[in-house]
Design a protein. Structure first.
Length: 300
């Protein structure tokens, strides 16, 4: 199959059947320094786009062959550059599968793109920095792309979108791993009000000579983001711990930051886990699912 890959086990979305809208080469309006694809000059136009029916017929065949949780629209580059995306999504919706797109946010300021993406069940938008200098250094966007437009576009999209909106921040060592970056993120995320915030780091060999940060560092940076459901995907052993909280302290923490199921298992010490289980039995904590990830939050 040309456009289909998987199903693959995603740390963030369960079993995913992928649709690659640019399988033959990289087509992206960013040249992110952490990208696993080869460096390439940013482009704004998708050249020689395939026919919608060519993609859809392949997807339809794969859907009948595989079991999966979500049908993921992605690309060797930026999927929203595909000029027939709106028509393709309309066709995919007839399959009655949960639809997700992974986008770099670059086109979200366009009203027509907002109307296209609002048809999806889950929209994951990257936002690696809310500071212009850092954004340009990290994502290396096409010269016509504005961070201000991206942020304003996400805020406007949130107001019309009824599905699950996930913001992903990818942290690169020495670039966007500062306290000031995440304090600024917190202010912008308050305006966006996403359903979930994923904070990750480099997981595969990058295009340029840059490094990721430790998982412990990601947890430390996440402390500057308040009142958001934060998910930190990892394959590593987590040393970061929350220890010896009282019942009141844990409830207060869960009001400010819901914990994922992984957080409960990996970052609460034994004492605090017992407190957590007691709160769960007392029905003082509720379960909330976002993009296939279970979170626990305190009733307010």
């Amino acid at each position: 199959m040309k456009y289909i890959f998987g199903p693959v086990a995603s740390r963030r979305f369960g079993m995913s059947l992928g649709i690659d809208l640019s399988p033959d080469k990289k087509r992206c309006n960013f040249d992110c320094i952490y990208c696993e694809l080869e460096p390439a000059k940013p482009v704004e136009i998708y050249d020689n786009p395939p026919n919608v029916y060519e993609i859809f017929n392949e997807v339809k065949e794969a859907v009948n062959q595989f079991d999966f949780d979500v049908l993921t629209i992605t690309s060797n580059g930026e999927p929203t550059l595909y000029p027939y995306l709106n028509e393709l999504i309309d066709k995919l919706k007839t399959l009655n599968k949960k639809l997700l797109i992974l986008s770099n946010s670059s086109t979200i300021y366009k009203k027509e793109m907002q109307n296209t993406l609002k048809k999806l069940d889950i929209v994951k938008l990257s936002l690696d920095s809310v500071m212009e200098k850092t954004f340009k250094k990290l994502d290396r966007p096409h010269k016509d792309i504005s961070l201000k437009n991206i942020i304003e576009g996400i805020i406007k999209f949130r107001k019309i979108y009824k599905g699950e909106l996930i913001i992903e921040i990818l942290v690169v060592k020495g670039i966007n791993d500062k306290k000031e970056e995440f304090i600024a993120f917190n202010k912008v995320l308050e305006q966006i009000n996403p359903d979930r915030v994923d904070i990750s780091t480099i997981d595969r060999p990058p295009a340029y000579k840059v490094e990721g940060v430790s998982i412990n560092k990601l947890f430390q940076l996440s402390e500057y983001i308040k009142n958001q459901k934060i998910f930190i995907p990892t394959r590593e052993k987590i040393e970061y711990k929350i220890e010896n909280l009282t019942k009141e302290e844990l409830l207060n923490t869960l009001k400010k930051r819901p914990f994922s199921e992984s957080d409960v298992k990996n970052i609460l010490d034994e004492h605090t886990q017992r407190i957590f289980n007691d709160l769960l039995k007392e029905n003082l904590i509720e379960e909330v699912w976002v993009g296939g990830i279970k979170f626990y939050k305190a009733y307010i």
